[in-house]
Design a protein around this ligand. Structure first.
Ligand SMILES: C[S@@+](CC[C@H](N)C(=O)[O-])C[C@H]1O[C@@H](n2cnc3c(N)ncnc32)[C@H](O)[C@@H]1O
Length: 213
């Protein structure tokens, strides 16, 4: 069973949960290698956890997009996983305020992604938004560009969280299937430590897939 099917059909089916557990167990050694080789050892600036990195890496790997785009790179912590997951893709990083480090080969642009004129179709592109811009607006921009796969970070579920942006977690979205990641097997390895406590608050990734017309 492929990961795409797994993450788009969780969380309720016990057989799929079991399959996810097996997926984690089988793929943990590969992920640990990628993690180990990460040039940024201590991530700062709202970078995502290793749990989120795990699912992002394998989701992109299973989709193998032609183009990967990150909006909101900061130092490049998450960008590294995008590059590792899709090594043959053309990679773009957009961040007006922070320049990512050299975490692989990518084009960096110090402005908003909407200002860039992509040369060609974006149907097979994968966009990762971690820029704290309203997510419904970002999804509309992705839709206008015909992008099928978008992933959003920072969907705070904590009741006391302060939101600086509209989170797709709380919006209806038209024309897309929306999948909230959960993190099963939170206790299975120490590298997932940061999301172990109160896992119900750690649904911080939302994957949106454009529906066929
Ligand atoms: C939470 S940090 C990103 C963390 C990063 N993904 C990581 O893993 O380290 C948010 C970033 O969004 C950037 N940002 C703010 N406005 C932006 C925009 N319009 N387009 C792209 N990035 C933006 C900020 O400069 C900041 O570096």
């Amino acid at each position: 069973m492929n990961l795409h099917k797994l993450i788009t059909e969780i969380p309720h089916d016990p057989e799929l949960i079991q399959a996810l557990d097996e997926f984690v167990e089988l793929n943990l050694p590969e992920f640990k290698q990628v993690l180990n080789d990460h040039p940024i050892k201590i991530p700062w600036g709202g970078a995502f956890s290793t749990t989120e990195a795990f699912w992002t890496y394998f989701l992109i790997k299973s989709l193998q997009p032609d183009i990967v785009i990150e909006s909101g790179s900061y130092e490049g912590y998450s960008l590294y996983y995008l590059l590792q997951a899709a090594p043959n893709a053309d990679a773009y990083s957009f961040d007006p305020y922070n320049t990512p480090k050299k975490v692989g080969y990518f084009q960096y642009h110090p402005y908003d992604w909407t200002e860039y004129d992509f040369d060609g179709p974006l149907i097979d592109a994968f966009v990762f938004f971690d820029d704290h811009i309203n997510q419904d607006e970002r999804l509309r921009q992705a839709k206008e560009r015909g992008i099928k796969h978008t992933l959003f970070h920072d969907n705070f579920l904590h009741p006391k969280a302060v939101h600086s942006h509209t989170s797709l977690r709380f919006c209806g979205i038209e024309g897309f299937a929306k999948f909230q990641f959960i993190f099963p097997r939170l206790n299975c390895d120490p590298i997932f430590e940061s999301t172990k406590e109160r896992p119900q608050y750690y649904a911080w990734l939302t994957y949106c897939e454009m529906l066929e017309e």
